[in-house]
Design a protein around this ligand. Sequence first.
Ligand SMILES: *[C@@H]1O[C@H](CO)[C@@H](O)[C@H](O)[C@H]1NC(C)=O
Ligand SMILES: *[C@@H]1O[C@H](CO)[C@@H](O)[C@H](O)[C@H]1NC(C)=O
Ligand SMILES: [Zn+2]
Length: 275
Amino acid sequence: MFNQLLPLALAASLVLGEPIKKFDICGTRISPEEKVAAEARFQASAVSSFTSEATIDIYWHVINAGDALEQGNISDSQIADQIAVLNHDYGPTGLSFNLVNISRTRNDWWYDDASPDTGTERDMKTALRVGGPSDINVYTVGFTYAYGLLGYSVFPDWYEGDPIEDGIVILYSSLPGGSTPDYNGGQTLTHELGHWLGLYHTFEGGCYPDGDYVDDTPPEDSPTYGCPDSRDTCGDSIPDPIHNYMDYGTDACMTEWTPGQIERIRTQIATYRGI
Ligand SMILES: *[C@@H]1O[C@H](CO)[C@@H](O)[C@H](O)[C@H]1NC(C)=O
Ligand SMILES: *[C@@H]1O[C@H](CO)[C@@H](O)[C@H](O)[C@H]1NC(C)=O
Ligand SMILES: [Zn+2]
């Protein structure tokens, strides 16, 4: 789909004078230096989690460029289906999710341009974000100027320094039944929520074992795209975690958390989100 849309998007960018940037599937980023510093702070302040079950509220913000579905105006029932996917995928973690509100905002600029670290993202979140550290704000947009991007999130320890930024921005057509091929099962939000709950990518740090600070996720040298039968990019005879929600596989390929990831989620959200 993206290859067919690119010429169109480029033509639009010439007309509008807007830069189209090429993105990876997920726009959630942390530098190796920031990651090491964040982990040191986490180790120093981590509180242990006594909860094995919790329900987290979700505030949903539909950003659209008009009334039609193709303008991002997804239906309430599609959002309900997405929440059901989250509750399924997060079943093993003991977390469940409760949709408390849907807001709808017509804003062409936010719809097109709310990619990571833009003033547009800031404006949108400043206008719409609600709740505290334990509330999830999800924004669905069109990413017209961010070619290839499916979504991006914050990490829990960013909340204290920048509460407005806290939230998850995803492509509206990644929802269950959406129009993005291979990425319309709802696992884009499952993956981005993993970041919001404190997980890094399984390929973070490449073949170094502490890359994602989870002991039982096998290291891998690079993201897994698509859904290969198997992969061993570190040559250690331990297969790459191609089915893990925090890799880059297609939605149908993503089916697993490890016990270590579940433990990290619980400790991260107890420490930084009061959950
Ligand atoms: C979007 O859809 C909702 C209901 O699904 C509708 O009420 C609204 O008028 C539509 N248009 C916009 C711009 O939100
Ligand atoms: C809930 O959504 C409505 C629009 O449907 C909006 O007017 C209201 O401010 C929202 N409330 C919260 C708490 O987000
Ligand atoms: Zn990611």
